[in-house]
Design a protein around this ligand. Structure first.
Ligand code: DGY
Length: 320
């Protein structure tokens, strides 16, 4: 008998066909609509494998309803949507998709940094709304990127890839990480800093750390108060790492100059969210890894991890 698997979002036909060669597959057929919790709870009960998105909350309640589940294959590198301890206690393997999205997410991080520094969205709106009446000396002036100090908070694969881009802009680079990475310091010529020091010295502070109970609201009121009035915060990791209420007040009080955000504490971001009323915030709908090529690679890798686990082989990327 083939193993049974459930896919929580409509995926590319080629990827689904590959899974079907070895498994009995059911799939939530919507691309833009999340699977309702009660349907996921029901579908998860009998399957051997789940291939899910970062939008699904794979918690203890859900895992406790499953009878045969062997693997949760998350189509994302981040896995804060999954209760890892509950999965481990039940002997359920959890996999993720690192590596394939590194460069694409670094591209987007740098794009967002540049768009925020140079007020790209605001400037485009300015033109389209008919406000452009003349050229003037300080009109829509932003912050220089070249020669500025970039602070990377969380030095993983994506941090390294962002640094390579920043080097092309002659930026000075400092980083903060739980563990110092001497090899990277030597290879990329970057300097380690404590978090407070990094926040004080950075012109651009870039949040790239995983979201855990330890990094929840890592950047909050006190941290904003350390930053320069001209500094820019970029977050392409997870919304919960930054205290959004504190960020709103820091921007409003001009404690910092601007923010570029691809991720939010609540996603989708409600349209009445106070941050959307501020001109000095660039907001994107969690598109860090969203290139066609990368999303297909992520789907392939998630499928491969799933297939390996349900056929009793060791997946390439095991979280637990
Ligand atoms: C991830 O993989 O964790 C990103 O946030 C989505 O690509």
């Amino acid at each position: 008998m083939k193993p049974k698997v459930y896919i929580t979002r409509k995926l590319n036909d080629r990827v689904v066909k590959k899974i079907e060669e070895a498994c009995e597959v059911k799939m939530w057929e919507e691309e833009e609509v999340e699977i309702p919790r009660e349907i996921l709870m029901k579908e998860a009960q009998e399957v051997d494998g789940l291939l899910c998105m970062l939008t699904e909350n794979i918690d203890d309640e859900l895992l406790s309803c499953t009878r045969n589940l062997k693997v949760v294959s998350n189509m994302a590198v981040g896995y804060n949507n999954i209760d890892i301890t509950a999965a481990k206690n039940r002997g359920i393997t959890v996999t993720n998709t690192p590596g394939v999205l590194t460069e694409t997410t670094a591209d987007l991080t740098f794009t967002l940094l540049m768009a925020t520094a140079r007020r790209i969205v605001e400037s485009s709106d300015y033109l389209r709304k008919g406000k452009w009446e003349t050229w003037s000396p300080m009109q829509l002036t932003g912050q220089d990127i070249h020669g500025a100090t970039l602070g990377i908070i969380g030095m993983g694969r994506i941090g390294e890839a962002v640094i390579k881009r920043a080097k092309g802009f002659d930026m000075n680079i400092i980083y903060h990480n739980r563990n110092r990475k001497y090899d990277i310091e030597e290879e990329l010529g970057v300097v380690y800093a404590g978090l407070d020091e990094l926040l004080r010295d950075s012109d651009f502070a870039c949040v790239l750390t995983p979201y855990t109970s330890e990094t929840h609201h890592l950047i909050s009121e006190r941290e904003f108060s350390l930053m320069k009035e001209t500094s820019v915060l970029i977050n392409t990791a997870r919304g919960g790492i930054v205290d959004e209420e504190a960020l709103y007040h820091a921007l409003k009080k001009k404690e910092i100059w601007a923010a570029g955000l691809d991720v939010f504490e609540q996603e989708p971001l409600p349209l009445d969210h106070p941050l959307l009323a501020l001109p000095n915030v660039v907001t994107l709908p969690h598109i860090g890894s969203a290139s066609i090529q990368t999303r297909l690679k992520m789907a392939d890798l998630a499928a491969e991890n799933l297939l390996r686990a349900v056929t009793k082989q060791t997946p390439e990327h095991v979280v637990v």
